[in-house]
Design a protein around this ligand. Sequence first.
Ligand SMILES: [Zn+2]
Length: 90
Amino acid sequence: MILFGWKTKPQVKGATKGKCFACKKLVQHAIVQVTHWFTLYFIPIIPYKKQLFVVCHNCGAKTELKDDAKKMMIQKLSDLDAQTETTSKK
Ligand SMILES: [Zn+2]
């Protein structure tokens, strides 16, 4: 018998400050990437879907970023990574 299934793995990728659409407060938001995995015998094999969410630290409201907003956020995150690398070398 082949055991297969699906699994989701959330990962915090960074943080951003902005106004929450739900609580209307200017607070930190966590950027969370959720990867959906196809598993075989409980081992994640293939990532078949990735979602990017912005989660409010104040009320926990979750917004999924799509298309352009997602691309912009990924670009912003890679810029942050580049900055971190530069600062850590000094
Ligand atoms: Zn909020």
